[in-house]
Design a protein around this ligand. Structure first.
Ligand code: COA
Length: 438
């Protein structure tokens, strides 16, 4: 055993390649070919393997550093002979990186928009293939994907070359876990647990206790159910509640509807809500974004989905470019989309491209609820039934029509303070739509 520096091997024509992951820390014992660190150029992802079995002493680089062939990345105590004969391992020809995994379809919107099947990310051209017997390898992109979903890579079986774990393997693992642990590990089975460490789903013969009727789930329920479960489990939700004073807005809406009575167009609160939401999203663009690995993709278009209740289940048609449309135009569009939804005639294009969703239960009832974020969006607004309330105006209690708002957001992206600022501003805009024009 001798101490020596491990350097970046031959990585072809690449220079100044960023370090995106340091996979070891001082004191770690590694086996020959275990990955030490990951480099990612704009064309390929590469892992630098350990030259021999040994111990990591010090790390000489950090995430974000740019390195080229020959740069020392860590000091290592191992087989000096291996060092001597482990020169520049030739990197596998860089494979073009796969396009980013399509974000899985929105849960409810998934009805006629099944999650696009994700193209497996091309396995990283690792600089050295693992020995058989070493834990299965996964590319950094796949490992990152697994981390985002809370999956331990070690528990996943790889279906790629040499047991490499592919993105599909992670997705299948999650699907199985969500469907009640369809393929639990032997140990988990023995203990009656799913791979998520949860007890198996209870199996009860309901007919033993009384008459039953078994109905198959609708197509929409079958598609949206797993997506809703995924979003509920994977997204750290927080729900912020607020109230908007819609006394003036409702008086205005009644007046406009009266004036337009002959046109046959009826404006419901939803159309105003969509406009107000766009104004709030423009002020707080973080809520109009999606997470993509370590990046936040902030959209500069405002496509607002709204949950529509149909006999077959929930769907989320999308009003595109809502910022460029007037309230009457939006009212016509939501009414047309809701009618299409009820008739089961929405096409995939009607439900794609949303940047934020509204779930309005105001026409039905309730005082508040906690909607599930419609991934890959990061926030959803729940709206409940407006009610007259005594509101203190500084001198007296005045009767005001108050509409409850429930904003659920992905806490990885939206902080509590931002969530509260958003709902508070939204309530102000709803109370006086002129604020949305400022
Ligand atoms: N408070 C009080 N009344 C409200 C309201 C609110 N927040 N929102 C709507 N209303 C009223 C409307 O003004 C209308 O009353 P009116 O006929 O006296 O004018 C009535 O409720 C019915 O409105 P609705 O037909 O529901 O229109 P809408 O534009 O508000 O909603 C849909 C359209 C498609 C959103 C709605 O029909 C729907 O499907 N909602 C359910 C969504 C859902 O299931 N969400 C749950 C997701 S988990």
């Amino acid at each position: 055993m001798a101490a020596f520096e491990v350097r970046v091997p031959d990585i072809g024509d690449f220079k100044d390649v960023p370090v995106i992951e340091v996979l070891v820390k001082p004191g770690d014992s590694v086996k020959k070919d275990d990955s030490l660190l990951t480099l990612e150029s704009d064309k390929a992802t590469m892992e630098v393997p350990a030259p021999s079995s040994g111990t990591v002493k010090t790390i000489l680089v950090k995430v974000g550093d740019k390195v080229s062939e020959g740069v020392a990345i860590l000091t290592f105590e191992g087989d000096a002979a291996a060092k001597a004969e482990a020169p520049a391992t030739k990197a596998a020809p860089p494979q073009p990186k796969a396009p980013p995994a399509p974000q899985a379809a929105a849960p409810a919107a998934a009805a006629a928009q099944p999650a696009a099947s994700a193209a497996p990310i091309a396995p990283a051209p690792a600089l050295a293939a693992p020995d058989s017997g070493t834990p299965p390898h996964a590319s950094p992109g796949v490992r990152r994907f697994a981390r985002e979903l809370g999956v331990e890579v070690a528990k996943v079986s790889g279906s790629g070359p040499k047991g490499r774990i592919l993105k599909d393997d992670i997705q299948n693992f999650v699907k199985q876990a969500l469907s009640g642990g369809a393929a639990p590990s032997a140990a988990a089975r023995a203990g009656g647990m799913s791979d998520l460490g949860l007890p198996a789903w209870p199996k009860v013969d309901f007919a033993k206790f009384g008459p039953i009727e078994t109905k198959p789930l609708t197509r929409i329920q079958k598609i949206s159910g797993p997506a809703l479960s995924r979003n509920w489990v994977m997204i750290p939700h927080v729900t912020q509640f607020d109230e908007a004073d819609i006394t003036e807005l409702e008086a205005f809406r009644a007046k406009v509807n009266e004036e337009n009575a002959k046109s046959g167009v009826k404006i419901t609160p939803l159309a105003f809500l969509i406009k107000a939401v766009v104004a709030a999203l423009k002020k707080y663009p973080t809520l109009n974004s999606s997470l993509d690995g370590d990046n936040l993709v902030v959209k500069q278009y405002w496509n607002i989905g709204f949950a529509a209740d149909t006999p077959n289940g929930l769907v989320v048609p999308v009003v595109k470019s809502a910022d460029q449309k007037g309230v009457i135009e939006i009212a016509i569009e939501t009414s047309d989309l809701a009618a299409k939804a009820r008739e089961g005639k929405l096409g995939p294009a009607d439900m794609q491209g949303g940047t934020f969703s509204i779930s309005s239960l105001g026409g039905i009832g309730g005082t508040a609820f906690t909607p599930i974020v419609n991934a890959p969006e990061v926030a959803i607004l729940g709206v409940s039934k407006a009610a007259m309330k005594p509101v203190w105006n500084g001198k007296e209690f005045a009767p005001r029509l108050m509409m409850p708002l429930s904003l659920s957001y992905d806490h990885r992206v939206v902080d509590g303070a931002l969530g509260a600022r958003f709902t508070s501003f939204l309530a102000q805009v709803i109370a006086d739509l002129r604020r949305g024009m400022l």
